[in-house]
Ligand binder design. Sequence first.
Ligand SMILES: [Zn+2]
Length: 298
Amino acid sequence: MQLYCVRDLGDLSFPGLRFIAYIAALLWVNLGFGQAEVVSSFTVLDYWVGSLVPNNVQHKSLIASGGELHGYQISPADIRLLKAARIVIGLNPITEPWLADWAKANNRESDLVWLNPDQSGQHLHAWLNPDKAKVMVSRLNILLTERLKLKDKESQDLADKSLKEIDEAADSIKSLFASIPEERRKIIAYHPSLESFAEYFGLKVVATVVDSAVAESADPSAQRYSEILKLIKDQGVRVIAYDEGQNSRIAEQLTIDGRLPPPISLSFEYLQSPGKEGDTWPTMMILNARKIAEGLKK
Ligand SMILES: [Zn+2]
């Protein structure tokens, strides 16, 4: 058998290669490769879908690891995926208005399911609260079993496993915080994302650098900055957090002016790419909780 090396392809002119790539791309789309039956808005929901369906059910997240729900804009590739999907899973029409708009414009509202329809502010990041995570997983399990006509027993076993995994992660996180006195469990977060986590694990989010739960970019005014700095000093806050991948300048300045250790980066908004620590819901939760606990102990 002869092995071909790159040089053997020299006969194919550059436009020829381009044509082959074009045909391959056409087949890829039209034969349905790269498509998924269940499409979720972001990695956390897709992880739960993957935990609840048999291996032969294709599923995908629109927003890849490292991307956030906030301010997301739907791409042409997303539209192709959505078009081919049987079920579309989102969190909430406030966190994913772009998905709500797509479903409305394309008459697909009956295929789109919101896992956390509660629209009150502190619940927008509901996946960070184990109780709410379990409600979402149970809801998702019923939905997928019904619409994909999955076997009841198999589905129930997968759901039980998923719910147990959430309980076990919650117990590990509780033990990370157990030795930290309640009056020390104070944190400044970057945007209003941590409330549902804090509420469950007995932490206090004293303030957030930006006010909006759904926009991440604007810097605080000078007045807001002074207010936060005063809160840090008055309440003895030890941990300033910022969102991984976002600008850490304000958080760093706060730690300098507040004479605190450097800020910690948290990545609660998505799962890490496969193979990295934090690529599942439990490991993502524990990874972030460990960073917070270490910061609170300093
Ligand atoms: Zn967020």
